[in-house]
Design a binder for this molecule. Structure first.
Ligand code: SF4
Length: 354
């Protein structure tokens, strides 16, 4: 027989065991079956000094030079009063260097190249631009190769040699009155700019090149009605620019032109567009759309930044590569897309009747 304190202790143990088996054990099992708080919602652990060094933001994605305008020469045979890429130098890169730069651009993602000037057909009588066009289509296999020209120097034999490699030829024409073209400075003695325009349209058709027209709307042509003539010429695109001032080019002390007398208001530009709104080929470009939405390379293959209203050059892509140079281009990719910078630009994709 157990002593009374020991009996009391044994009774207490028996009572505790009964309580465990009938109540506490099931309750613990039920609690352990409840869903757990996901780790992502768990209270954050305190940051350590080491953590702060690992949370630097990722670098911005590289800019892709999808569509590039290469103004390889500044020389021109015309004297347009509002010209915004003037003959400040006579420099042109050697062909091999220009081709090296074009290859760099292709490797960086370029799909469209536009050769511009100055007048692209002036240098080596068009052979230089012809070789670049052929190189870009044949070697680099670019989807789109185009030229902007005043059209005055182009001969039919150029089309015979190089026409197959060219997607688009854009010819500048601001008026269908010859005296207005002369007033603007778009003309040469003894040559009729409008007759030449019609001849170029025919050659484009004959040699399978898409024909485009560029017009700069200014004080001297803003009231003109060009509907009939544009319909007759039937370009794939009619790019209509509002005359733009660029300091150092056509405005300011160190400029070669004084374009202030050509400038028109936004309302005047709107009126011109309204008059021609029935033309499906019309592609309007106001000053606001134009600014910063083009990737422009100068004769040294430097990107020109127009953000401050003048053309400030980067370093040459030939010296620092495309990605380093393009950071200083001031290029606004959103505005490029907004102004319709990406369109059907390969002649094989255009429904053209040659
Ligand atoms: S044709 Fe073009 S590059 Fe030549 S002067 Fe006129 S705007 Fe300038």
């Amino acid at each position: 027989m157990l002593a009374p304190p020991l009996r009391l202790l044994r009774l207490l143990r028996l009572a505790l065991a009964a309580f465990w088996s009938s109540y506490l054990a099931p309750t613990c099992l039920w609690l352990s079956a409840l869903p757990r708080r996901p780790s992502s919602l768990a209270a954050p652990a305190k940051a350590t000094p080491e953590d702060s060094t690992t949370t630097t933001p990722p670098p911005p994605p590289p800019l892709v030079p999808l569509s590039v305008n290469y103004h390889f020469t500044r020389q021109c045979n015309y004297q347009c009063g509002f010209c915004f890429h003037t003959a400040k130098t006579s420099f042109v890169l050697p062909l091999e260097e220009a081709q090296r730069g074009l290859r760099l651009l292709k490797e960086a993602g370029m799909e469209k190249i536009n050769f511009s000037g100055g007048e692209p057909f002036l240098h080596e009588r068009g052979n230089f631009v012809g070789k670049l066009v052929q190189f870009c289509k044949q070697e680099l296999k670019l989807p789109s190769v185009s030229i902007v020209s005043n059209g005055s120097m182009i001969k039919e034999r150029w089309f015979k040699h190089y026409g197959e490699y060219l997607d688009i030829l854009a010819v500048s024409c601001d008026s269908f009155f010859e005296e207005v073209n002369v007033l603007i400075g778009r003309g040469q003695k003894g040559k009729n700019h409008i007759e030449n325009l019609h001849k170029l349209k025919q050659w484009c058709q004959r040699y399978g090149v898409a024909f485009k027209i560029n017009s700069v709307i200014n004080r001297f042509n803003m009231e003109e009605d060009m509907n009939e003539q544009i319909r007759a010429l039937n370009p794939v695109r009619w790019k209509v620019f509002q005359c733009l001032l660029i300091e150092g080019e056509n405005s300011g002390e160190d400029a070669l032109r004084e374009a202030e007398r050509f400038v028109i208001s936004d309302e005047d530009f709107e009126q011109f567009l309204k008059r021609h709104q029935g033309l499906s080929c019309l592609v309007p470009e106001s000053n606001q759309k134009m600014k910063d939405s083009y990737l422009i390379l100068d004769e040294y293959m430097r990107f020109l930044n127009c953000v401050n209203g003048r053309k400030e050059p980067s370093r040459s892509i030939l010296d620092v590569g495309v990605q380093d140079a393009i950071q200083f281009s001031g290029f606004d990719e959103k505005m490029f897309l907004k102004r319709g910078g990406k369109y059907v630009w390969s002649k094989v994709d255009m429904a053209l009747e040659w």
